[in-house]
Design a protein around this ligand. Sequence first.
Ligand code: ZN
Length: 452
Amino acid sequence: MSPPIDLLVRDAELVVVDGEREIPGGWVAVNDDRVKAVGAPGAEPAATTVVSAAGRLVTPGLVNTHHHVYQNLTRSFAPAVNGSLFTWLTTLYPLWAALDEEAVYLSAYVGIAELLAGGCTTSMDHLYVHPRERLVDAEIAAARDIGFRFHATRGSMTRSVDDGGLPPRSVTQTHDEVLADSERVVLAHHDPEPGALIRVGLAPCSPFSVTRELMIETAELAERLDVRLHTHLAEDVDEGTFCQETYGCRPVEYFESVGWATARTWVAHCVYPSEAETRRLAEAGVGVAHCPSSNMLICGDTAPVQTMRGLGMAVGIGCDGSASTDHASLWMETRNALLLGRYRGGPGAMTARDALDIATRGSARCLGREDEIGHLRPGALADLVVWDLPEVALAGALSDPVEAWLRCAPARAWTTVVGGRVLLDRGELRLPALTENLREHRRVAAAIQRLT
Ligand code: ZN
Protein backbone atom coordinates (compact mmCIF):
# COMPACT_ATOMS: atom_id res chain seq x y z
CA MET A 1 0.00 0.00 0.00
CA SER A 2 1.44 3.38 -1.00
CA PRO A 3 1.92 6.06 1.69
CA PRO A 4 -0.69 8.82 1.96
CA ILE A 5 -0.15 11.85 -0.24
CA ASP A 6 0.26 15.26 1.38
CA LEU A 7 -2.97 17.00 0.33
CA LEU A 8 -6.19 15.88 -1.31
CA VAL A 9 -8.82 18.30 -2.61
CA ARG A 10 -11.90 16.14 -3.17
CA ASP A 11 -15.59 16.07 -4.04
CA ALA A 12 -15.48 19.19 -6.19
CA GLU A 13 -18.56 20.01 -8.21
CA LEU A 14 -16.08 20.31 -11.07
CA VAL A 15 -12.31 20.26 -11.41
CA VAL A 16 -11.02 22.28 -14.35
CA VAL A 17 -7.70 20.63 -15.15
CA ASP A 18 -6.95 22.73 -18.23
CA GLY A 19 -8.68 23.96 -21.36
CA GLU A 20 -9.31 20.42 -22.56
CA ARG A 21 -10.20 18.42 -19.45
CA GLU A 22 -12.81 18.90 -16.74
CA ILE A 23 -13.76 16.29 -14.11
CA PRO A 24 -17.24 16.42 -12.51
CA GLY A 25 -17.04 15.34 -8.86
CA GLY A 26 -13.28 15.22 -9.23
CA TRP A 27 -10.25 15.41 -6.98
CA VAL A 28 -6.69 16.72 -7.06
CA ALA A 29 -3.90 14.94 -5.18
CA VAL A 30 -0.80 16.91 -4.19
CA ASN A 31 2.58 15.68 -3.04
CA ASP A 32 5.06 18.28 -1.84
CA ASP A 33 4.67 21.22 -4.27
CA ARG A 34 3.34 19.29 -7.29
CA VAL A 35 0.08 17.85 -8.55
CA LYS A 36 0.50 14.10 -8.20
CA ALA A 37 -2.76 13.01 -9.83
CA VAL A 38 -6.29 14.09 -10.69
CA GLY A 39 -9.28 11.85 -11.07
CA ALA A 40 -12.96 11.04 -10.99
CA PRO A 41 -14.87 10.17 -7.81
CA GLY A 42 -14.22 6.79 -6.29
CA ALA A 43 -10.48 6.60 -6.88
CA GLU A 44 -9.26 9.12 -4.28
CA PRO A 45 -5.95 8.25 -2.62
CA ALA A 46 -5.41 8.46 1.14
CA ALA A 47 -4.02 11.81 2.25
CA THR A 48 -2.54 13.47 5.30
CA THR A 49 -4.65 16.60 4.76
CA VAL A 50 -8.04 16.55 3.07
CA VAL A 51 -9.85 19.65 1.76
CA SER A 52 -13.52 19.20 0.94
CA ALA A 53 -14.53 21.09 -2.19
CA ALA A 54 -18.12 19.82 -2.04
CA GLY A 55 -20.39 22.05 -4.09
CA ARG A 56 -17.46 24.14 -5.23
CA LEU A 57 -15.47 24.72 -8.40
CA VAL A 58 -11.74 23.92 -8.48
CA THR A 59 -9.53 25.67 -11.03
CA PRO A 60 -5.83 26.26 -11.54
CA GLY A 61 -4.72 29.35 -9.62
CA LEU A 62 -5.12 32.59 -11.57
CA VAL A 63 -1.90 34.23 -12.71
CA ASN A 64 -1.40 37.99 -12.63
CA THR A 65 0.80 39.35 -15.42
CA HIS A 66 0.79 43.06 -14.60
CA HIS A 67 0.75 44.80 -11.23
CA HIS A 68 2.28 47.65 -9.23
CA VAL A 69 1.52 46.50 -5.73
CA TYR A 70 3.16 49.48 -4.00
CA GLN A 71 0.32 51.62 -5.32
CA ASN A 72 -2.03 50.23 -2.66
CA LEU A 73 -0.44 52.91 -0.47
CA THR A 74 -2.17 55.57 -2.59
CA ARG A 75 -5.30 53.67 -3.54
CA SER A 76 -8.23 55.71 -4.80
CA PHE A 77 -6.33 58.94 -4.06
CA ALA A 78 -8.96 61.60 -4.56
CA PRO A 79 -6.88 64.33 -6.28
CA ALA A 80 -5.73 61.84 -8.96
CA VAL A 81 -8.60 59.54 -9.76
CA ASN A 82 -10.43 61.56 -12.37
CA GLY A 83 -7.54 62.74 -14.52
CA SER A 84 -6.01 61.30 -17.69
CA LEU A 85 -3.20 58.75 -17.40
CA PHE A 86 -0.54 61.46 -17.59
CA THR A 87 -2.36 63.67 -15.04
CA TRP A 88 -2.84 60.68 -12.75
CA LEU A 89 0.87 59.87 -12.93
CA THR A 90 2.15 63.40 -12.36
CA THR A 91 -0.17 63.80 -9.35
CA LEU A 92 1.09 60.60 -7.74
CA TYR A 93 4.84 60.65 -8.54
CA PRO A 94 5.63 63.13 -5.73
CA LEU A 95 3.83 60.87 -3.22
CA TRP A 96 5.65 57.78 -4.46
CA ALA A 97 8.92 59.62 -3.84
CA ALA A 98 8.35 58.78 -0.15
CA LEU A 99 8.59 55.00 -0.73
CA ASP A 100 11.12 53.17 1.38
CA GLU A 101 11.83 49.54 2.21
CA GLU A 102 9.25 49.42 5.02
CA ALA A 103 6.52 50.90 2.82
CA VAL A 104 7.24 48.51 -0.05
CA TYR A 105 7.36 45.48 2.27
CA LEU A 106 4.01 46.38 3.84
CA SER A 107 2.37 47.12 0.49
CA ALA A 108 3.53 43.77 -0.88
CA TYR A 109 2.44 41.81 2.19
CA VAL A 110 -1.04 43.34 2.17
CA GLY A 111 -1.24 43.21 -1.63
CA ILE A 112 -0.39 39.52 -1.75
CA ALA A 113 -3.09 38.86 0.86
CA GLU A 114 -5.58 40.58 -1.45
CA LEU A 115 -4.36 38.58 -4.45
CA LEU A 116 -4.73 35.27 -2.58
CA ALA A 117 -8.32 36.16 -1.63
CA GLY A 118 -9.07 36.87 -5.29
CA GLY A 119 -7.82 33.48 -6.45
CA CYS A 120 -4.33 34.47 -7.57
CA THR A 121 -1.46 32.08 -6.94
CA THR A 122 1.30 33.72 -9.01
CA SER A 123 1.80 37.43 -9.56
CA MET A 124 4.37 39.55 -11.25
CA ASP A 125 5.10 43.00 -9.93
CA HIS A 126 6.46 46.00 -11.80
CA LEU A 127 8.27 48.37 -9.44
CA TYR A 128 9.58 51.28 -11.46
CA VAL A 129 9.95 54.11 -8.94
CA HIS A 130 13.22 53.95 -7.02
CA PRO A 131 13.56 56.93 -4.71
CA ARG A 132 15.61 54.65 -2.43
CA GLU A 133 17.66 51.50 -2.85
CA ARG A 134 16.64 47.88 -2.28
CA LEU A 135 12.93 48.32 -2.81
CA VAL A 136 12.60 45.25 -5.04
CA ASP A 137 14.39 43.26 -2.32
CA ALA A 138 11.72 44.43 0.16
CA GLU A 139 8.78 43.18 -1.90
CA ILE A 140 10.54 39.89 -2.58
CA ALA A 141 11.03 39.53 1.20
CA ALA A 142 7.27 39.86 1.70
CA ALA A 143 6.56 37.21 -0.96
CA ARG A 144 9.11 34.86 0.63
CA ASP A 145 7.63 35.40 4.11
CA ILE A 146 4.20 34.41 2.77
CA GLY A 147 5.36 31.63 0.42
CA PHE A 148 3.74 33.24 -2.61
CA ARG A 149 4.91 32.65 -6.20
CA PHE A 150 6.26 36.00 -7.27
CA HIS A 151 7.85 37.36 -10.43
CA ALA A 152 9.39 40.69 -9.44
CA THR A 153 10.46 42.93 -12.27
CA ARG A 154 13.15 45.51 -11.69
CA GLY A 155 11.59 48.60 -13.26
CA SER A 156 13.30 51.84 -14.14
CA MET A 157 12.86 55.44 -15.19
CA THR A 158 15.72 57.73 -16.22
CA ARG A 159 13.94 60.52 -18.12
CA SER A 160 12.76 63.04 -15.54
CA VAL A 161 11.01 66.34 -16.21
CA ASP A 162 14.49 67.81 -16.65
CA ASP A 163 14.96 65.55 -19.71
CA GLY A 164 11.50 66.09 -21.20
CA GLY A 165 9.93 63.16 -19.32
CA LEU A 166 7.02 63.02 -16.87
CA PRO A 167 8.40 62.05 -13.43
CA PRO A 168 10.33 64.28 -11.03
CA ARG A 169 14.04 63.61 -10.55
CA SER A 170 13.31 62.18 -7.07
CA VAL A 171 11.91 58.91 -8.50
CA THR A 172 14.29 58.42 -11.44
CA GLN A 173 17.83 57.03 -11.56
CA THR A 174 20.84 57.25 -13.84
CA HIS A 175 21.57 54.80 -16.66
CA ASP A 176 24.45 53.21 -14.74
CA GLU A 177 22.50 52.94 -11.47
CA VAL A 178 19.67 51.11 -13.24
CA LEU A 179 21.86 48.60 -15.03
CA ALA A 180 24.06 47.87 -12.01
CA ASP A 181 21.09 47.33 -9.70
CA SER A 182 19.17 45.32 -12.30
CA GLU A 183 22.04 42.84 -12.46
CA ARG A 184 22.39 42.82 -8.67
CA VAL A 185 18.70 42.04 -8.12
CA VAL A 186 18.71 39.22 -10.69
CA LEU A 187 21.86 37.65 -9.23
CA ALA A 188 20.51 38.00 -5.68
CA HIS A 189 16.99 36.67 -6.18
CA HIS A 190 16.23 35.08 -9.56
CA ASP A 191 15.65 31.35 -9.33
CA PRO A 192 15.79 29.78 -12.80
CA GLU A 193 15.02 26.27 -11.52
CA PRO A 194 11.70 24.48 -12.13
CA GLY A 195 9.25 25.11 -9.31
CA ALA A 196 10.78 28.49 -8.46
CA LEU A 197 8.85 30.72 -6.07
CA ILE A 198 10.87 33.82 -6.94
CA ARG A 199 11.87 34.99 -10.38
CA VAL A 200 13.10 38.38 -11.54
CA GLY A 201 12.64 40.19 -14.85
CA LEU A 202 13.78 43.56 -16.18
CA ALA A 203 11.19 46.24 -16.88
CA PRO A 204 11.77 49.87 -17.88
CA CYS A 205 8.50 51.64 -17.04
CA SER A 206 7.80 52.36 -20.68
CA PRO A 207 10.01 52.73 -23.76
CA PHE A 208 9.66 56.51 -23.28
CA SER A 209 10.55 56.84 -19.61
CA VAL A 210 14.13 55.71 -20.19
CA THR A 211 16.69 56.54 -22.88
CA ARG A 212 16.99 54.62 -26.12
CA GLU A 213 20.38 53.32 -24.92
CA LEU A 214 18.88 51.97 -21.70
CA MET A 215 16.14 50.11 -23.60
CA ILE A 216 18.79 48.49 -25.81
CA GLU A 217 21.16 47.67 -22.96
CA THR A 218 18.36 46.33 -20.73
CA ALA A 219 17.38 43.89 -23.51
CA GLU A 220 21.03 42.86 -23.87
CA LEU A 221 21.33 42.35 -20.09
CA ALA A 222 18.16 40.23 -20.05
CA GLU A 223 19.65 38.09 -22.81
CA ARG A 224 22.93 37.67 -20.93
CA LEU A 225 21.20 36.82 -17.61
CA ASP A 226 18.44 34.81 -19.33
CA VAL A 227 15.53 36.62 -17.68
CA ARG A 228 12.29 38.01 -19.10
CA LEU A 229 11.51 41.55 -20.26
CA HIS A 230 8.45 43.61 -19.50
CA THR A 231 7.20 47.16 -20.10
CA HIS A 232 4.07 49.22 -20.72
CA LEU A 233 3.30 49.60 -24.42
CA ALA A 234 0.65 51.47 -26.39
CA GLU A 235 -1.48 52.11 -23.31
CA ASP A 236 -2.80 55.57 -24.04
CA VAL A 237 -3.28 57.97 -26.96
CA ASP A 238 -1.11 60.59 -25.22
CA GLU A 239 1.76 58.12 -25.48
CA GLY A 240 1.27 57.91 -29.26
CA THR A 241 1.40 61.69 -29.57
CA PHE A 242 4.48 61.91 -27.35
CA CYS A 243 6.25 59.21 -29.36
CA GLN A 244 5.44 60.82 -32.70
CA GLU A 245 6.68 64.22 -31.53
CA THR A 246 9.80 62.88 -29.83
CA TYR A 247 10.88 60.01 -32.05
CA GLY A 248 8.91 60.52 -35.25
CA CYS A 249 7.34 57.05 -35.14
CA ARG A 250 4.60 55.02 -33.49
CA PRO A 251 5.12 53.36 -30.05
CA VAL A 252 5.29 49.81 -31.43
CA GLU A 253 7.75 50.90 -34.13
CA TYR A 254 9.99 52.44 -31.47
CA PHE A 255 9.67 49.32 -29.29
CA GLU A 256 10.81 47.22 -32.24
CA SER A 257 13.69 49.55 -33.06
CA VAL A 258 15.29 49.04 -29.62
CA GLY A 259 15.37 45.25 -29.90
CA TRP A 260 12.43 44.41 -27.66
CA ALA A 261 10.21 42.51 -30.09
CA THR A 262 11.30 39.05 -28.94
CA ALA A 263 9.78 35.96 -27.32
CA ARG A 264 11.48 37.04 -24.07
CA THR A 265 9.08 39.99 -23.77
CA TRP A 266 5.54 40.48 -22.59
CA VAL A 267 3.99 43.95 -22.53
CA ALA A 268 1.21 45.56 -20.52
CA HIS A 269 -1.94 46.90 -22.23
CA CYS A 270 -1.06 47.08 -25.95
CA VAL A 271 -4.31 48.93 -26.59
CA TYR A 272 -3.42 50.80 -29.76
CA PRO A 273 -1.37 48.57 -32.07
CA SER A 274 -2.34 48.69 -35.75
CA GLU A 275 -3.33 45.41 -37.40
CA ALA A 276 0.08 45.16 -39.05
CA GLU A 277 1.81 45.89 -35.75
CA THR A 278 -0.25 43.22 -33.96
CA ARG A 279 0.79 40.69 -36.61
CA ARG A 280 4.45 41.62 -36.23
CA LEU A 281 4.27 41.35 -32.43
CA ALA A 282 2.62 37.93 -32.79
CA GLU A 283 5.32 36.73 -35.18
CA ALA A 284 8.02 37.94 -32.77
CA GLY A 285 6.44 35.96 -29.89
CA VAL A 286 5.64 39.00 -27.72
CA GLY A 287 2.98 38.35 -25.04
CA VAL A 288 0.36 40.80 -23.77
CA ALA A 289 -0.93 41.47 -20.26
CA HIS A 290 -4.58 42.43 -20.81
CA CYS A 291 -5.74 44.80 -18.04
CA PRO A 292 -9.48 45.32 -18.54
CA SER A 293 -10.37 47.34 -15.42
CA SER A 294 -7.41 49.67 -15.72
CA ASN A 295 -8.14 50.23 -19.40
CA MET A 296 -11.78 51.08 -18.73
CA LEU A 297 -10.94 53.39 -15.84
CA ILE A 298 -8.05 55.29 -17.31
CA CYS A 299 -7.54 54.66 -21.04
CA GLY A 300 -10.90 54.54 -22.77
CA ASP A 301 -10.06 51.54 -24.95
CA THR A 302 -8.68 48.05 -24.56
CA ALA A 303 -6.46 45.49 -26.28
CA PRO A 304 -7.78 43.61 -29.34
CA VAL A 305 -7.71 40.36 -27.38
CA GLN A 306 -9.63 38.17 -29.81
CA THR A 307 -7.40 39.19 -32.71
CA MET A 308 -4.28 38.60 -30.65
CA ARG A 309 -5.41 35.17 -29.46
CA GLY A 310 -6.41 34.32 -33.01
CA LEU A 311 -2.84 35.05 -34.07
CA GLY A 312 -1.53 32.69 -31.38
CA MET A 313 -0.21 35.41 -29.07
CA ALA A 314 0.12 34.74 -25.37
CA VAL A 315 -2.54 36.95 -23.79
CA GLY A 316 -2.72 36.94 -19.99
CA ILE A 317 -4.70 38.85 -17.40
CA GLY A 318 -3.40 41.74 -15.30
CA CYS A 319 -5.07 43.79 -12.58
CA ASP A 320 -2.54 46.62 -13.09
CA GLY A 321 -1.61 48.92 -10.26
CA SER A 322 -3.46 49.06 -7.01
CA ALA A 323 -4.12 52.76 -7.53
CA SER A 324 -5.25 52.66 -11.17
CA THR A 325 -7.61 49.71 -10.86
CA ASP A 326 -8.12 50.07 -7.10
CA HIS A 327 -8.61 46.35 -6.60
CA ALA A 328 -6.55 43.21 -7.10
CA SER A 329 -9.19 40.51 -7.50
CA LEU A 330 -8.16 38.46 -10.49
CA TRP A 331 -11.64 36.97 -10.51
CA MET A 332 -12.98 40.46 -11.16
CA GLU A 333 -10.37 41.05 -13.89
CA THR A 334 -11.31 37.74 -15.50
CA ARG A 335 -14.99 38.68 -15.44
CA ASN A 336 -14.18 42.09 -16.90
CA ALA A 337 -12.18 40.41 -19.65
CA LEU A 338 -15.31 38.37 -20.44
CA LEU A 339 -17.52 41.47 -20.46
CA LEU A 340 -15.12 43.51 -22.56
CA GLY A 341 -14.55 40.67 -25.00
CA ARG A 342 -18.27 40.37 -25.62
CA TYR A 343 -18.76 44.14 -25.64
CA ARG A 344 -16.14 44.48 -28.37
CA GLY A 345 -16.86 41.37 -30.40
CA GLY A 346 -20.47 40.42 -29.66
CA PRO A 347 -21.85 37.57 -27.55
CA GLY A 348 -20.05 34.91 -29.59
CA ALA A 349 -16.65 36.50 -29.01
CA MET A 350 -15.80 35.06 -25.61
CA THR A 351 -17.00 32.45 -23.13
CA ALA A 352 -16.24 32.07 -19.43
CA ARG A 353 -13.85 29.27 -20.37
CA ASP A 354 -12.01 31.56 -22.79
CA ALA A 355 -11.62 34.15 -20.02
CA LEU A 356 -10.41 31.47 -17.57
CA ASP A 357 -7.93 30.29 -20.21
CA ILE A 358 -6.56 33.85 -20.51
CA ALA A 359 -6.20 34.14 -16.72
CA THR A 360 -4.45 30.78 -16.35
CA ARG A 361 -2.70 29.30 -19.37
CA GLY A 362 -2.40 32.59 -21.27
CA SER A 363 -0.89 34.31 -18.24
CA ALA A 364 1.47 31.39 -17.64
CA ARG A 365 2.75 31.72 -21.22
CA CYS A 366 3.39 35.44 -20.65
CA LEU A 367 5.64 34.54 -17.72
CA GLY A 368 7.32 31.72 -19.65
CA ARG A 369 5.95 29.07 -17.27
CA GLU A 370 3.20 27.30 -19.21
CA ASP A 371 4.82 23.94 -18.49
CA GLU A 372 4.26 24.16 -14.73
CA ILE A 373 1.56 26.72 -13.84
CA GLY A 374 -1.86 27.64 -15.27
CA HIS A 375 -3.12 24.04 -15.37
CA LEU A 376 -3.54 21.07 -13.00
CA ARG A 377 -2.14 18.25 -15.09
CA PRO A 378 -0.03 15.76 -13.07
CA GLY A 379 3.44 17.25 -12.65
CA ALA A 380 2.18 20.85 -12.56
CA LEU A 381 2.94 23.00 -9.55
CA ALA A 382 0.20 22.60 -6.96
CA ASP A 383 -1.23 26.11 -7.36
CA LEU A 384 -5.02 25.85 -7.24
CA VAL A 385 -8.16 27.54 -6.03
CA VAL A 386 -11.34 26.15 -4.52
CA TRP A 387 -13.92 28.83 -5.25
CA ASP A 388 -16.62 29.91 -2.89
CA LEU A 389 -19.88 29.70 -4.81
CA PRO A 390 -22.46 31.46 -2.63
CA GLU A 391 -25.72 29.53 -2.60
CA VAL A 392 -27.97 32.58 -2.81
CA ALA A 393 -26.16 34.22 -5.72
CA LEU A 394 -25.96 30.93 -7.60
CA ALA A 395 -29.44 29.63 -6.83
CA GLY A 396 -30.78 28.16 -10.06
CA ALA A 397 -27.39 28.07 -11.82
CA LEU A 398 -27.36 24.30 -12.27
CA SER A 399 -26.16 23.60 -15.78
CA ASP A 400 -22.59 24.89 -16.07
CA PRO A 401 -20.39 25.65 -13.05
CA VAL A 402 -17.75 27.52 -15.07
CA GLU A 403 -20.20 29.93 -16.70
CA ALA A 404 -21.97 30.30 -13.35
CA TRP A 405 -18.66 31.05 -11.61
CA LEU A 406 -17.92 34.02 -13.85
CA ARG A 407 -21.42 35.27 -14.63
CA CYS A 408 -23.11 35.08 -11.21
CA ALA A 409 -21.37 35.55 -7.84
CA PRO A 410 -19.13 37.91 -7.19
CA ALA A 411 -16.82 35.02 -6.35
CA ARG A 412 -14.09 34.86 -3.79
CA ALA A 413 -11.55 32.16 -3.28
CA TRP A 414 -12.54 29.69 -0.54
CA THR A 415 -9.21 27.91 -0.35
CA THR A 416 -6.05 28.98 -2.18
CA VAL A 417 -3.08 26.64 -2.43
CA VAL A 418 0.38 27.74 -3.61
CA GLY A 419 3.04 25.10 -4.13
CA GLY A 420 1.01 22.63 -2.03
CA ARG A 421 0.67 25.05 0.90
CA VAL A 422 -2.80 26.25 1.94
CA LEU A 423 -2.49 30.05 2.25
CA LEU A 424 -6.23 30.81 2.29
CA ASP A 425 -8.16 28.23 4.29
CA ARG A 426 -11.96 28.17 4.01
CA GLY A 427 -12.07 31.92 3.59
CA GLU A 428 -9.44 32.74 6.24
CA LEU A 429 -5.98 33.95 5.23
CA ARG A 430 -3.24 32.00 6.95
CA LEU A 431 -1.00 35.03 7.32
CA PRO A 432 -0.11 35.49 10.98
CA ALA A 433 1.36 38.98 10.50
CA LEU A 434 -1.57 40.34 8.49
CA THR A 435 -3.35 42.21 11.30
CA GLU A 436 -0.19 43.97 12.43
CA ASN A 437 0.94 44.69 8.87
CA LEU A 438 -2.46 46.16 7.98
CA ARG A 439 -2.19 48.53 10.92
CA GLU A 440 1.32 49.57 9.88
CA HIS A 441 0.20 49.87 6.24
CA ARG A 442 -2.45 52.36 7.30
CA ARG A 443 0.08 54.42 9.22
CA VAL A 444 2.56 54.48 6.31
CA ALA A 445 -0.14 55.18 3.70
CA ALA A 446 -1.44 58.12 5.73
CA ALA A 447 2.06 59.56 5.95
CA ILE A 448 2.63 59.15 2.20
CA GLN A 449 -0.72 60.79 1.42
CA ARG A 450 0.23 63.56 3.86
CA LEU A 451 -2.87 62.95 5.92
CA THR A 452 -0.96 62.95 9.21
ZN1 ZN B 1 0.89 49.37 -15.23
